[in-house]
Design a binder for this molecule. Structure first.
Ligand code: GUN
Ligand code: ZN
Length: 666
């Protein structure tokens, strides 16, 4: 059968963590993601959710199907008319009712065909929501049926776009297996199912395992929907794990129970002395007035508050992603409940995955909010990248000063101790790495002290026990590569290294602390592009041009030829043509490359931006916002630019921009 399946058009515009701000085009309009889809009860709805910010809604096709009157109207006028919502509508299949009552009076084929007939934008097959913590045998058996039904849905639909729900109970490997299998089929959106029981019982730690083991196997180019997630305190965490869509019946269910959703938890109307927010309900009514009202009016007013708070949180999340402060928001929200904190801590187990998606450069500074911040991808990435720097013979560990450290060295106490190696008078300042020891990044070679986020972060000056322990571990690892280790007394005391290194000797030699400009630019390049890149970019006699105002390095030239510019806002190198050529010569294919097809070659040479659909290969280790080389299949350098997506995303997407080209004509 020849089918003309409609398709969604999904593009990522901004990223932070695994979160993305995207544009989703549907037959009934374009929406911004992350998006909250209020659940509309067909026939019972009293609130016009569009008035409060809803761009997309979800309703239940099974409830429509089961009711003669609703079914006839939906078949005649369509679901948009039935629920009086002109924008995009997603319908669910009755699986949730199946999970509640153990049975439904409809087959998978019937409900899929019905959804197509009523003109829904995205329909859902009749998956089996296997609850958490069941026996593995049951989870496997039900997963098989869920997958069969997904396949069957594809066979019976004509043009209908389809959801297909990831199941697998609380078995991470089954979730991954399901996600991978569904990802290879022609679905438009991937919900993550059967998480309501986890959320209802505050099992957020397991929710993290379920979501992470699902999203890391789903195609990056399709939106993911965390099914049944309607409490705003959970949104930012879910977004940071890669979820794009939420649905909320919570706004009305909580209102029915006289409860107010808040970004940090739930309030009971019966306990309120004051209304807690600035929405129209909270500013126009007192708790007493609401309590004295007839039930239905009160429910609707509380539902309006709940919608206002929920949509405000979604907007906060958009803002946080765009400015690069999503982790700060997540850490704040996850302090609303101890079990959310547990969930936040569980992200440590997914550091490698999160690091690949998290952009290395952000507009906003890294704010430490507690020991959990030490598990953030930025810290993990730094500790990996610092290994790119070739070690010298000796290291001098100094305490933090005001940032940037190299400009405030006069604050450093002069007592030093030698804790490793014989004193070697031959060692000069050039053989010695000067490294700042600090929280949260552990070890910061002084040459990197202006780089994001090593300069753009704040942490308390008095460290907590967890941070001390973590820095201690980092230091143990770091000093292994040096023959001689000299430590400032303040570092020894602050991080309790004197307990670990009992044979300290006072070091009486005068120690010179200098940062050489050429050393600095080479080290930044090694850190940014990989070992040896500094030599490759700046091996000729380079001229360094500094800002007259700040005295900081701005440009690096070879004669008249600009190689690269050090961006003032985050201290990283932006390539110029010569820099791109040198890096291209040095880095082996496909490192740092985005490979475009023949059709795109002339556009790339002209300096036009690169769309994902023209990319035929790329380095999957590319992060978003990195300097990348644009080449053709013969690895000829065409242009260079800044990535918008990471390597995996560039390969998976067929819509939207992949690279903002800086210059073509190479
Ligand atoms: N609503 C909440 N959870 C689920 C689920 O697992 N599957 C479907 N289809 N709908 C849901
Ligand atoms: Zn309010």
């Amino acid at each position: 059968i020849l089918r003309k399946v409609k398709n969604l058009n999904f593009e990522i515009k901004y990223k932070d963590g695994r979160g993305r701000v995207g544009i989703l085009k549907t037959p009934h309009g374009t929406i911004k993601t992350p998006a909250l889809m209020p659940v509309i009860h067909p026939g019972k709805q009293t609130i016009q959710v569009a008035d409060y910010g809803a761009e997309v809604v979800i309703t239940n096709a099974y409830l429509i199907y089961k009711n003669d009157e609703l079914r006839e109207k939906a078949l005649q006028d369509g679901v948009h008319e039935l629920i009086n919502f002109p924008g995009p509508i997603i319908t669910d299949s009755g699986s949730f009712q199946l999970s509640l009552y153990g049975d439904v009076e409809v087959s998978n084929q019937e409900i899929v065909e019905f959804q197509e007939k009523i003109g829904t934008d995205i329909g859902t097959s009749l998956d089996l929501p296997t609850p958490p913590s069941v026996k593995r045998e049951r989870a496997e058996k039900e997963l098989k049926i869920t997958l069969q039904r997904a396949q069957e849905a594809l066979e019976v639909r004509k043009e209908l776009m389809l959801n297909s729900v990831v199941q697998g109970s609380t078995f991470p490997d089954l979730r991954s297996e399901c996600a991978q299998a569904l990802g290879e089929m022609d679905f438009q959106v991937h919900p993550i199912g059967a998480v309501v029981p986890l959320m209802e019982s505050y099992r957020y730690h397991e929710l993290v395992d379920v979501v992470m083991s699902s999203v890391s196997y789903l195609p990056d180019s399709r939106p993911r929907h965390l099914m049944g997630a309607g409490h705003p305190m959970l949104f930012s965490l879910a977004v940071a794990m890669g979820c794009d869509l939420f649905d909320s019946a919570a706004y009305i269910l909580y209102a029915e129970a006289d409860r107010l959703l808040m970004p940090n938890g739930t309030l009971k109307l019966e306990n309120l002395y004051e209304m807690p927010c600035s929405c129209e309900v909270c500013t126009n009514y007192t708790p007493d007035e609401l309590r004295g009202m007839e039930k239905e009016k009160r429910r609707d007013l509380l539902a309006i508050h709940n919608l206002r708070v929920s949509f405000a949180e979604i907007r906060m999340i958009h803002q946080a992603i765009i400015e690069g402060s999503l982790w700060e928001l997540v850490e704040q929200r996850c302090r609303a409940h101890p079990f959310l904190l547990e969930a936040l801590r569980n992200l440590k187990n997914y550091q490698d995955d999160l690091e690949k998606y998290d952009p290395p450069y952000k507009k906003s500074a890294f704010f430490y909010s507690g020991p959990e911040s030490l598990n953030r991808p930025e810290v993990h990435r730094h500790l990996e990248r610092v290994k790119r720097i070739p070690p010298k013979k000796s290291v001098l560990l100094i305490p933090r000063t005001t940032k940037p450290y190299s400009e405030h060295l006069h604050h450093i106490p002069l007592e030093f101790y030698r804790i490793k190696g014989e004193p070697n008078l031959e060692n000069s300042a050039e053989d010695r790495q000067v490294t700042v020891v600090d929280v949260p990044f552990g070890v910061i070679p002084l040459e990197l002290d202006q780089l994001y986020p090593l300069a753009q972060n704040e942490s308390p000056r008095i460290h907590d026990e967890d941070s001390i322990l973590m820095v201690k571990n980092i230091l143990h690892d770091y000093i292994k590569d040096f023959e001689e280790v000299i430590v400032s007394e303040k570092v020894l005391r602050t991080f309790r290294l004197d307990e670990e290194f009992p044979t300290k000797d006072e070091y009486s030699e005068p120690l010179e602390i200098i940062v050489d400009d050429v050393e600095r630019i080479k080290m930044i390049a090694d850190y940014q592009f990989g070992s040896g890149s500094g030599e490759a970019l700046f091996n000729t006699s380079v001229q360094i041009v500094k800002s007259r105002k700040t005295g900081k390095i701005r440009h690096v030239y070879d004669g008249d030829e600009l190689i690269a510019t050090l961006r003032a806002s985050d201290g990283i190198f932006v390539l110029a043509r010569e820099g791109a050529r040198r890096l291209h010569r040095y880095l082996p294919y496909p490192k740092n490359r985005v490979v475009v097809n023949e059709d795109a070659e002339p556009f790339a040479r002209e300096g036009k931006s690169i769309f994902a659909k023209f990319v035929i290969n790329c380095d999957i280790n590319i992060h978003a916002k990195e300097e990348v080389l644009i080449v053709n299949e013969e690895d000829q350098l065409l242009a260079f630019g800044k990535s918008i997506l990471n390597g995996k995303e560039i390969l998976d997407f067929n819509t939207g921009q992949a690279v903002k080209t800086r210059k073509g004509g190479l």
